[in-house]
Ligand binder design. Structure first.
Ligand SMILES: [Zn+2]
Length: 454
């Protein structure tokens, strides 16, 4: 019997999310060294494993992939000044509070956001951190420390803002950085942390914040650096009509034209939101295989709009889901986001426009493709063992005719068992890697300090 082997057997419903979208009943998953080695159903003899889990009351799916977040924003949920604002006013209300972030608060914020994500079925998350107050140069380093401690697969992106209000940008000057310093820190983080190997638990990406907070030159330099170092690119794009008007007024270009001029459409990029694209732009995005992080709750919360998800997917874009930052959601519940995506598309385009399977594929395989990964997002031999099990005996699933459809159609549940890279990190609905009570108490104290500061 191999050390670190795991067998999940007799699984009530097992959604593989493989190319044939197979669903097995009474199936099993056998894991060795963090990799899925065997799966199937109907076998008489199963492999022997060091650890066994009975799946007879469970539906198993691949761990969900969150493609867009700002973890630090868990500190500023439901901020009164931003509770009822659209994007630009919402940002103006929050920037001065975020200007007081430090390492301790960002570490606590990351742990809380990651804990919420894991308990709501997420095994891989991206993060986009772009606020670096003066003297706070290691905020991504502390997020990475948090990810390692809690045991989530992590794709932090080094965000940036370089054009402050005095130069015609939206953020106050106190939170923007010189472009040479930004690029040097991107190089540092890639050199120190980026792991290009299959199965990696940590990969760095580069992420200038938005067209209204960085210069076209920084967009271009970031793309050059990403290509040179083999990392992915991420930014916010086409989120609001205000952004479109800003780009036309300041640069005489639409947001996607700016991106193309900065050489972002040559592969390796994924964009948050992607709401305001015209038909020709959707086709261009599809041809270049750009990924879209669809963030339905945030888009509804800020009244931004509804992304053309079906058209983007038909054009060839992988469309993943993102909870977005917790100041505009205001939660990190990944399964709830899948439900919101389903409901929003149906509200706008009819019930046939987005099926249960569509939204599950977006949350898993397509999210993984946004992050440039083909080793996660499905449950089949050769994939990393990122597995979520829900207990079908819960009140909210009672009477469900199809266990898989129940996941996005019933009220979003918490996960029962979560496995990341072969390691059981949630068991009986409880995180095993950190104390949720202590983490939340520290986070509440630091959030209160952030709001109370002069
Ligand atoms: Zn965002």
């Amino acid at each position: 019997m191999k050390r670190d082997s795991l067998l999940i057997r007799n699984i009530h419903t097992l959604a593989t999310m493989d190319a044939d979208d197979r669903v097995l009943h009474g199936g099993f998953l056998y894991v060795e060294g963090g990799e899925i080695c065997q799966t199937g159903s109907g076998q008489r003899s199963l492999p022997k494993a060091q650890r066994q889990i009975d799946g007879s009351h469970a539906v198993a799916i691949p761990g969900l992939v969150n493609t867009h977040h700002h973890l630090y924003q868990t500190l500023t949920r439901a901020c009164p000044a931003a509770a009822d604002a659209g994007l630009f006013d919402w940002l103006r209300a929050l920037y001065p509070i975020w200007a007081r972030l430090d390492e301790e608060s960002v570490h606590a914020a990351a742990l809380v956001g990651m804990a919420e994500l894991m308990l709501s079925v997420c095994t891989t998350t991206a993060d986009h951190h772009y606020v670096f107050p003066r003297g706070q140069d290691n905020l991504i380093d502390v997020e990475i420390e948090a990810a390692r401690r809690i045991g989530i697969r992590f794709h932090p992106t080094r965000g940036s803002m370089s054009v402050g209000a005095s130069q015609g940008g939206l953020p106050p000057d106190s939170v923007v950085q010189p472009e040479e310093k930004i690029l040097a820190d991107c190089e540092r983080l890639i050199g120190k942390y980026h792991d290009p190997a299959p199965g990696a638990m940590l990969r760095i990406g580069l992420a200038p914040c938005s067209p209204f907070s960085v210069s076209p030159q920084l967009m271009r330099d970031s793309a050059d650096l990403a290509r040179r170092r083999g990392v992915r690119l991420h930014t916010h794009l086409a989120e609001t009509r205000d952004e479109e008007a800003y780009c036309l007024r300041r640069f005489g270009r639409r947001p996607l034209d700016l991106l193309e001029e900065a050489e972002w459409l040559n592969g390796g990029a994924w964009l948050a939101h992607g709401i305001f694209f015209n038909r020709g732009e959707v086709a261009r995005l599809g041809r270049s295989g750009v990924g879209i992080a669809h963030c339905p709750t945030s888009n509804m919360r800020l009244g931004s709009g509804c992304a053309p998800v079906r058209a983007l997917r038909r054009a060839g874009c992988p469309v993943g889901l993102g909870v977005d930052g917790s100041a505009s959601n205001d939660s990190s519940h990944m399964l709830a986001e899948a439900r919101q995506a389903l409901l929003l598309q149906r509200l706008n385009n009819g019930a046939a426009s987005c099926g249960v399977r569509d939204v599950l594929r977006m949350s898993t395989v397509e999210g993984a493709r946004c992050l440039g990964r083909d080793d996660i997002g499905s449950l089949e031999p050769g994939q990393r063992a990122d597995i979520a099990l829900f207990d079908l005996r819960g009140l909210g699933y009672s009477g469900a005719g199809d266990a898989l459809s129940a996941l996005p159609l019933c009220a979003p549940a918490q996960v029962d068992t979560l496995v990341v890279d072969g390691r059981v990190v949630v068991e009986g609905g409880q995180l095993r890697t950190i104390s949720v009570e202590r983490t939340a108490a520290r986070h509440r104290r630091l959030a209160a300090r952030l709001f109370a500061a002069p």
